[in-house]
Ligand binder design. Structure first.
Ligand code: PLP
Length: 398
């Protein structure tokens, strides 16, 4: 059955008059998430108190919700767990992967990666010392830079600025041929396009849930470890809830079984409740349908903007097969232009130095929203309405 995008749209709260093209950064609120969080607060926290850990299944929630995410990324049941933030999960995956390649010293990544991933890798190298280093090359040079010195190839599949899509299967195969392991960051992939970590042979995969998975600000991240590595991967952040028997309170750390060992400390139950409810939206949704519609919407947006706004230059790959689910344009005054759009109800975001970024999320965006966004952008550019000092004043979050 084809995906009913009218039905998925009705599951979200989108404020009146807003065209929301920033679901790639913070997904909108699923109505069920608000209700679920309210119930979790009142009935479970309020009513059950500490009994909630057993009676409301709080302790199993990180893995249960992980399995639901697993279905969107091709990960088998029991190989995904949620918790912490993505930066932490990047560190965990990298540290485990690095320890599995003790004879090597290089973490390879690209200059298009999200800075936090690179910062975490750099921090890990400093902690490990002993010659460990992070090497970054241009995204198009990654394949050729994979050699026998590389312990771990760490890449984000979809570039957060341009939307450029790496070939996960091909690069993983190349890394494996060279004897390296892979850590894939799916922050802009999970819920955005079809992903199959199993088919691609990915060793570790991580991602966040507050973008395309709509779990709300600060929603927990997820981590996947390939089953073949699950019992060999040693957790670097050896917290009590990743222990084999947390409530034995042993003084010695023994890693838990499989993916359970990637848990660290107390799970964020309110955020997990929101995420669990948000995952309901994906029931009956085909990622192939999402992809087809995302491409149709983004192609329409590119065509409309290029026809009406000659001052904007496309920053994303023109070929939709080489792109994730976002489209970016460059303009030296991109920040002010985006503020003018936001003031008119068309919400995207800005990434330094000059990128206007728009996310296309078929669960709640259709042709009418794309047409309105193009029309408003065309008007803002044609009239110069963006050229105001208050639109140039940078907020803390862009
Ligand atoms: C959004 C994003 C992050 C954010 O990490 P947090 O720890 O959740 O703040 C990290 N890496 C990538 C690639 C991202 O897109």
């Amino acid at each position: 059955m084809p995906t009913d995008f009218g039905a998925t749209r009705a599951m979200f709260y989108i404020p009146e008059g807003v065209v929301y093209l920033d679901g790639n950064s913070l997904g909108p609120m699923p109505l069920a998430a608000a209700a679920r969080v309210a119930r979790t607060v009142t009935d479970e926290w309020g009513g059950l108190l500490i009994r909630g850990w057993n009676e409301a299944g709080w302790m199993d929630l990180p893995a249960r919700v992980g399995d639901r995410i697993g279905r969107l990324i091709g990960a088998p049941a029991g190989t995904v767990v949620t918790g912490d933030t993505l930066s932490i999960k990047v560190y965990q995956a990298l540290a485990s992967a690095a320890a599995l390649r003790p004879d090597r010293r290089v973490i390879l990544s690209d200059t298009g990666n999200f800075p936090s991933d690179l910062y975490m890798a750099d921090g890990l190298c400093r902690t490990l010392g002993d010659g460990w280093r992070l090497v970054t090359v241009a995204p198009e040079d990654v394949a050729d830079a994979i050699d026998a010195s590389v312990a771990v190839l760490m890449l984000t599949e979809v570039d957060y600025r341009t939307g450029r899509l790496h070939d996960m299967a091909a690069l993983t195969a190349r890394a494996h041929t060279a004897g390296a392991l892979t850590v894939w960051d799916l922050a802009h992939s999970a819920g955005a396009l079809p992903v199959d970590v199993t088919a691609a042979g990915a060793d570790f995969a991580v991602g966040c849930t507050y973008k395309y998975l709509n779990s709300g600000p600060g929603g927990p991240a997820f981590i996947h470890v390939a089953p073949r590595l699950a019992e060999a991967a040693r957790p670097a952040l050896s917290g009590w809830l990743g222990h084999e028997a947390p409530f034995a309170f042993d003084l010695d750390y023994r890693p838990g079984r499989g993916i359970e060992r990637m848990r660290v400390g107390t799970p964020p139950i309110l955020q997990l409740a929101a995420l669990d409810a948000a995952m309901d939206v994906w029931e009956g949704v085909s990622m192939a349908d999402v992809r087809a519609r995302s491409i149709a919407l983004s192609q329409a947006f590119i065509a409309g903007v290029e026809a009406a706004c000659p001052a904007l230059t496309l920053a994303s790959p023109r070929d939709p097969a080489a792109r994730g689910s976002q489209v970016s344009f460059r303009h030296p005054e991109g920040y002010a232009i985006m503020q003018a759009l936001i003031a008119r109800g068309v919400i995207g975001d800005f990434r330094a130095p000059d990128i206007l970024r728009f996310g296309f999320t078929p669960l709640y965006i259709g042709e009418a929203e794309v047409a309105r966004a193009v029309a408003v952008l065309a008007e803002v550019m044609a009239t110069g309405a963006w050229d105001r000092p208050d639109y140039r004043r940078r907020a803390k979050v862009t």
